[in-house]
Design a protein around this ligand. Structure first.
Ligand SMILES: Cc1ncc(COP(=O)(O)O)c(C=O)c1O
Length: 512
């Protein structure tokens, strides 16, 4: 193998695939292959040759033949890779000086399913990818993009960890598909205290986070073209799962002028004879809104009138500030079929343990067949994470340590007050003060900053100030005039971040 031929072919293949050195390093780390910056730059400049495993990794990633890349073919061999559309066959021709074609075969490549064409999940999307690239090249990024409490110093209550340790050896096998009896009993009792009617142990399903259960619920319900009402802005997993299931996510507006409450007239306008259900997210991500009883009652009235299923995502129901009370919409709708979701990712700072649940309540008769579908999908994934189920009873019972964070003087509450003031003090930025969770969704005066593309705004902020946040479009918000900030970092960090954001807005004019 010749260093020069290998280097030249590597450079050509990288150019043909539009890949830079950093892309190869990233792909390697994703696949657990050891490939450092210095290695790749030595290969590219022809100083060293790779080991066979690295050679194969490079060949696979660049979609070329490993023997060819190695330079076993004569130096004047040339490669032409014709990119066809679709699930494609790349033609690889290797031609020799004496004009005899020794190889002419098709290389099959694989595209993602077209079911994913309209699926959006920007909480981990292109702006986040750019941040990862910047980090790989040594830039420190301040991440205000994901609601993951642990990295910001929110620790799991000791008792939860202790109890999980104690039970670990009993959690080696699969559990019942819907979950351990003790966990479901605790969830059932929790739901009873919230006034959710007509529930028994078989109406409780545990999941690998609420995320998995959202996916199951959408897959089991929606036929191609069935419509489901989802808020805008939303937590984008709802829209993504509904779309992936073949359904049509129809977004109803939450009104910033009315504390971000759902606009009931807009909901009514968007109901058709294909509408099967309505989703509410209460408390809300990304707005931090908490819906009062009157608003919930109006949603129930519409759902009743049009016989809709109500899906209520209440994962932040234990993170309510200002001494307000959370009301489960299911408690107002005993005659409708409701599914209520919650979990421990946020209230117990164990997003990584993956434990959530859903509660089927109210008029279950009308959903007999759908419930069979839910059971099938639940059985198909065998069960949710059993060690995490084992601490549900501990977590839901007794002292709720999360209260210390949200009461006056508590960390989340202080951070909420800080971020609200700091952001709304910036000329051109306004916001509704959040009442729950740990997100704020400020509005940008787009005329002032010439903003027509909010993703571009997020990228510009990232590149200029090394701050990562998600643009409103990532939450299915149509206008380019909002962004979401996760205010989990400590006040000193928020201070630095908002200082930089204020400086950014002091000079920013979007160039297209
Ligand atoms: C509104 C909402 N629902 C569901 C989830 C997913 O939570 P889990 O960790 O239980 O999958 C999140 C996570 O951020 C969320 O904000």
């Amino acid at each position: 193998m010749s260093k020069e031929i290998f280097a030249e072919r590597l450079r050509t293949s990288m150019a043909q695939q539009g890949k830079k050195q950093v892309d190869l390093i990233r792909a390697a780390s994703e696949q657990g292959v050891k490939l450092g910056k210095s290695h790749i730059s030595q290969y590219v400049s022809g100083k060293t040759l790779p080991r066979p495993d690295i050679l194969h990794f490079l060949a696979d990633t660049l979609q070329v033949d490993a023997d060819w890349l190695r330079g076993d073919e004569p130096a004047d061999a040339d490669v032409r890779i014709a990119d066809n559309a679709g699930d494609s066959m790349h033609s690889i021709h290797t031609t020799h000086k004496n004009n005899t074609v020794t190889e002419d075969r098709k290389m099959r490549t694989f595209k993602k399913s077209s079911k994913l064409d309209n699926v959006l999940y920007d909480v981990r999307g292109p702006v986040v990818d750019e941040a990862a690239r910047m980090e790989e090249s040594g830039t420190q990024i301040l991440k205000l993009n994901i609601g993951n409490p642990a990295p910001f110093g929110f620790r799991t209550p000791d008792e939860v960890i202790y109890d999980m340790r104690q039970q670990l050896t009993e959690c080696e096998g699969y559990s019942n598909a819907q979950g351990l009896f003790s966990a479901r009993k605790a969830i059932m009792q929790y739901a009873q205290l919230k006034g959710i009617p007509n529930i028994a142990i078989e109406d409780i399903y545990t999941g690998n986070g609420v995320s998995e259960l959202i996916n199951i619920c959408m897959s089991a319900l929606l036929d191609d073209g069935d419509e489901i009402l989802i808020p805008s802005p939303d937590y984008p997993l709802w829209t993504a799962c509904a779309t992936l299931a073949g359904g049509k996510a129809v977004h109803y507006i939450c009104d910033e002028q009315s504390e971000w409450y759902p606009d009931i007239d807009d909901i009514r306008r968007k109901i058709t004879d294909r509408t099967k259900a309505i989703v509410i997210i209460n408390p809300n991500n990304p707005t931090g809104a908490l819906y009062p009883k009157e608003v919930l009652q109006k949603i129930v009235d519409v759902a009743r009138e049009h016989q809709l299923i109500i899906f209520s995502d209440e994962i932040y129901d234990r993170l309510i500030m200002d001494e307000e009370e959370h009301i489960s919409i299911a408690s107002l709708a005993p005659d409708l079929f409701c599914i209520t979701f919650s979990g421990l990712s946020k209230s117990h700072m164990i997003a990584g343990f993956r434990i959530g649940w859903m509660i089927l309540s109210g008029n279950k008769k009308v959903a007999k067949d759908y419930i069979e579908g839910l059971k099938m999908l639940s059985n198909m994934r065998l069960c949710s994470n059993v060690p995490a189920q084992s601490i549900v009873q501990t977590a839901l019972g007794g002292h709720q340590s999360v209260r210390g964070y949200i009461e006056p003087g508590g960390r989340i509450r202080e951070q909420r007050d800080y971020i609200y003031k700091a952001l709304t003090d910036i000329p051109g930025i306004s916001a509704v003060k959040p009442k729950a969770a740990f997100y704020i969704f400020p509005k940008i005066d787009v005329k002032r900053f010439n903003i027509t593309n909010d993703e571009q705004f997020a990228l510009d902020l990232l590149r200029d100030k090394k701050i990562l946040l998600i643009h409103g479009g990532g939450f299915n918000w149509e206008q380019p005039d909002h962004f979401r900030v996760v205010y989990l970092p400590r006040i000193e960090v928020l201070k630095e971040a908002t200082g930089k954001i204020a400086d950014f807005f002091s000079y920013y004019k979007q160039q297209l």
